[in-house]
Design a binder for this molecule. Structure first.
Ligand code: KG4
Ligand code: ZN
Length: 343
């Protein structure tokens, strides 16, 4: 079965072709980073318009790379939510339109399900059950994953998501948008022990997170240190990154212990963070657990994870869906409870 994956939930246009026999044949991506950088964050209307411009050229290029024709596609999978309403609508309507044109079904995929199944695209592939740490710009969640379609939320952030905390702190440090990768690069030159920042909720005894106080802690330090030289900014970046990583690692360890599991899967944009990767490898090895990451390029938003999630959920194309509702806010555990995989 050849599956076309379409991702347009935020500021990345992703198109991929996944063959259930041969694997990933093409994975085309256009990042809107430059478009939004001018405004210091994603401008939803500009995002939607850019998806409109990019989708069909990307589709053509993916088909060329895969040496396939649009008529070869058996199933179209698109991100149905959560995400920006207008951006989701572009992907959903292109999927529905293509579906009508080539007489193939279009199915909606939960964006977070795409992220959390993406480590299964890697080698070695983790076996079920596992704990998933979803760390993106909009979400920080720990989930227990028993099999495809069976997800239980164990804990999540009470305020800012980890990626959001990276982005907001990067802004305070004058790093612009998108801040996460820039802050991580700056942190590599800094001393993570210079500023002992709080580790919010690290000892809360549950699996909840809170990151909004961390950026305030950075802001307070910044104000007391002004004017701030480059080395101090790097030390602040490193101290912030260390604080957030310590909390994420501790809660992952707690989640594994609570559920009696020894496999952790990390997904979402912050999963690209080198310090998080290294600390998780090191700390989980101590308790005999293993951590699995998606390939770096699949950590952030992409079409491959959407096509791949559809491949895991559908063993053959389902009956055609006539409408295409989207869900800008969409709880994964609730969604999974309502629809077990159709086989
Ligand atoms: O999963 P993703 O591409 O989009 C969402 O669904 O949110 O994640 C984007 C988030 C952004 O907040 C970005 O700053 C963060 O992931 N991010 C990073 C790194 N690379 C991306 N945060 C920390 N370190 C990185 N290397
Ligand atoms: Zn995402």
């Amino acid at each position: 079965m050849l599956i076309l994956g379409i991702e347009t939930s935020c500021d990345e246009t992703g198109i991929a072709l996944y063959d259930t026999e041969r694997g990933l044949l093409a994975d085309a991506l256009h990042s809107q980073v430059e478009l939004h950088a001018l405004y210091g964050g994603v401008v939803p209307e500009l995002a939607s318009r850019d998806h409109v411009r990019r989708l069909l050229p990307l589709l053509k290029s993916a088909l060329r790379t895969a040496d396939r024709k649009i008529g070869d596609v058996d199933l179209i999978a698109y991100t149905q939510g959560p995400g920006l309403g207008g951006a989701l609508l572009v992907g959903a309507s292109v999927a529905a339109g293509l579906g009508v044109a080539i007489d193939r079904p279009a199915v909606g995929i939960h964006h977070l399900e795409g992220h959390l199944l993406s480590p299964l695209l890697a080698d070695p592939r983790p076996e079920f059950p596992f704990i998933a740490l979803l760390v993106s710009g909009g979400h920080t969640q720990l989930m227990r994953v028993d099999e495809v379609g069976h997800y239980a939320l164990l804990g999540e952030t009470q305020d800012d998501a980890a990626g959001e905390a990276f982005d907001k702190t990067a802004m305070l440090l004058g790093l612009g948008y998108p801040g996460g990768p820039a802050l991580a690069r700056l942190a590599e030159q800094g001393d993570a022990t210079r500023f002992p920042l709080p580790r919010p909720m690290i000892g809360s005894g549950d699996l909840r997170f809170s990151f909004s106080g961390l950026k305030t802690a950075v802001l307070t330090r910044l104000r007391s240190l002004e004017p701030v030289d480059e080395a101090t900014r790097a030390d602040l970046a490193a101290s912030f990154e260390a604080a957030i990583v310590d909390v994420l690692v501790a809660k992952c360890r707690d989640a594994l212990a609570q559920e009696g599991l020894q496999r952790l899967v990390v997904a979402g944009g912050v999963g690209a963070n080198r310090r998080l990767r290294a600390q998780l490898e090191k700390e989980l090895a101590k308790v005999g657990a293993r951590v699995f990451f998606p390939p770096l390029r699949l950590c952030t938003d992409n079409g491959a994870m959407i096509a791949f999630a559809a491949a895991l959920k559908f063993s053959r194309p389902p009956a055609s869906t006539p409408s295409f509702p989207i869900f800008p806010r969409w709880d994964l555990a609730e969604a999974a409870a309502q629809s077990t995989p159709r086989r």
